[in-house]
Design a protein around this ligand. Structure first.
Ligand code: GLN
Length: 541
């Protein structure tokens, strides 16, 4: 069978959840036994979102091979349980960078370099790249942005050309739109969808299926109307109604026959019905938890939920694994200080101090760590959160009042967190952190080791600063243990307080690898400890 390509575009509005629809369809096809991956083409000019403020674009997701990518890749991995890579996220910036570099090398000598064919050729080359590996039966390609945006036009044009070049049965186009509900008129309106599909058709792409995001069910009549006006087959207009969980969407899409439409359009024979047993099991645990637990997330981008997407999802997975609902309360670290920390963190059965960059909110994070440490509250510090554990311990236990990360205080006399040696000579900002998967050896007998159930692990990273090993002995003598190290370099990856019921700081990002079907041990451990703390914690004794 040839590799099959499904292109997913969006219309009417952004934030309709194209990533979730793509992931859901991919999940269903995977559950039918097909080898599937998803890639995202983003129309912005940044080479990758690594240089974007999370307020702009939400979390920056990191792959095994160290690509800084769009957060939708996190959804792809969580739904499919399959790793993505550098090749799965392409931006306009990457496309132009390649074309302009080739131009300078003389690859187009004598030619005028143009959007069509040079830019569109490069887009097409990248769209087919994963297919050429032979590792996948179906490649879903999500086109970022909204049809009609000036910057997404070359991508839509590339889709048009591919549909023209490839055999008819190897391509499918899915268009996701919004059907707004006018409460005054008590009516669902189809006109924006008609216009959006018209715009797509003017670009030469005819959708095979229209997925309609809606808050209210679509009547048969409305579906027929959309089908007629948008020139798709009746039955090919399906609804995606607001779901109670994003993880329910694959089942909703299956009920709407989206996967069946796909296998039929793509001529995939001998397909079975999707096998979703484990997924459904997870959903039923998620839907009917028998307990509740409160986790406070202390971070500086808390106003935007998407900024901590993978962490929030990891708590959803860990909750289901513990048969409990995790209520995550977010606290702006900038607002936390020594005087109000008890009030700000009141009711927390567990605390997570989040990753981050720069100086803003650091002191609040240090206060939160201290509160968790002194009050025996289950605690997980992630990346910057781990670095703040080290700073807090240095200041309040070792008595080095000016201890700091050199990221915040370059001149400190106690640089307990300092820039990694190989970072010091770097001048470029994009893609130059310590990125992606690195091994870590966990000490036998440590809490981390017991949670993972093994000593050798690999986790993903995104940082420039590290634990300053010159101080290791001071820390260890006084109770903060480095229980996880990189086997090659000795870089401290995990710190723990063995005296504390659950206190772990990790230099890596465990959240990136948590999935519904494989919840992350550090998150399940934290939630479990939080449940215990809730029932038997100090104040209840
Ligand atoms: N700013 C810190 C560093 O660069 C932590 C990074 C992070 O939390 N991802 O090391």
């Amino acid at each position: 069978m040839n590799t099959k390509y499904i292109f997913i575009t969006g219309g009417v509005a952004s934030s309709l959840g194209k990533g979730i629809i793509a992931s859901s369809l991919a999940k269903l096809l995977q559950a039918r036994g097909l080898r599937v991956t998803i890639q995202k083409f983003d129309p912005y000019i940044n080479i990758d979102p690594g240089t974007l403020n999370p307020y702009e674009h939400g979390e920056c997701y990191v792959t095994e091979d160290g690509a800084e990518t769009d957060l939708d890749l996190g959804h792809y991995e969580r739904f499919l349980g399959v790793y993505t890579s550098k090749a799965n996220n392409v931006t306009t910036g990457k496309i132009y960078h390649t074309v302009i570099t080739k131009e300078r090398e003389g690859a187009y000598l004598g030619k005028t370099v143009q959007i069509v064919p040079h830019i569109t050729d490069e887009i097409k080359r990248r769209m087919l790249l994963l297919g050429a590996t032979g590792d996948y039966d179906v490649i879903l390609t999500e086109i970022g942005g909204t049809v009609g945006d000036m910057e997404s036009q070359p991508f839509v044009e590339a889709v048009r050309q591919l549909q023209w070049e490839l055999p008819e049965e190897d391509c499918m186009s899915v268009h996701l739109t919004l059907i707004p509900y006018l409460s005054a008129a008590k009516e669902l309106k189809t006109k924006p969808t008609q216009h959006s599909v018209q715009m797509l058709q003017q670009s030469g792409v005819t959708p095979d299926v229209i997925v309609c995001r809606t808050e209210h069910p679509l009547t048969e009549e409305l579906r027929r109307k959309i089908a007629l006006f948008c020139n798709v087959k009746p039955g090919h207009v399906i609804q995606s109604i607001d779901a109670w969980s994003i993880y329910q969407v694959p089942l909703n899409m299956h009920e709407e026959h989206l996967d069946e439409l796909a296998v039929r359009k793509l001529g995939i024979e001998n397909f079975t019905q999707p096998e979703l047993g484990r997924w459904k099991e997870f959903l039923s645990r998620l839907k009917h938890p028998s307990a509740e637990v409160n986790i406070t997330l202390v971070g500086k981008y808390v106003e935007l939920q998407d900024a901590y997407k993978s962490i929030l999802e990891a708590f959803v997975h860990a909750g289901a694994a513990n048969d409990c609902k995790v209520n995550v309360k977010t606290v702006q670290s900038e607002n936390v200080n020594a005087a109000n920390v008890a009030e700000m963190l009141a009711g927390a059965d567990g605390i997570l101090v989040a990753p981050g960059f720069g100086e803003r909110g650091l002191e609040g994070k240090v206060c939160a760590v201290r509160y968790a440490r002194e009050n025996g509250i289950p605690f997980l510090g992630v990346c910057l959160g781990m670095q703040m554990c080290v700073v807090e311990f240095a200041r309040n236990v070792l008595g080095w009042k000016d201890a700091a990360s050199t990221e915040a205080v370059p001149q400190t006399t106690h640089p307990v967190i300092c820039m990694m040696e190989d970072q010091k000579t770097l001048t470029l900002k994009g893609g130059t952190m310590r990125l992606g998967a690195y091994d870590c050896h966990l000490e036998e007998g440590s809490l981390a080791c017991s949670l993972y159930g093994r000593t050798e692990i690999s986790e993903r990273h995104r940082h420039r600063y590290e634990f300053n090993s010159d101080y290791l002995e001071d820390f260890e003598k006084n109770g903060l243990k480095a229980v996880g190290r990189n086997p090659g370099t000795g870089l401290v990856e995990v710190v723990e307080l063995p005296e504390h019921p659950f206190f772990i700081g990790v230099q890596f990002h465990p959240e990136y690898k948590s999935t519904p079907e494989r919840p992350h041990p550090l998150f399940t451990g934290l939630v479990k400890a939080a449940l215990t703390h809730r029932d038997y914690g100090p104040e209840k004794k």
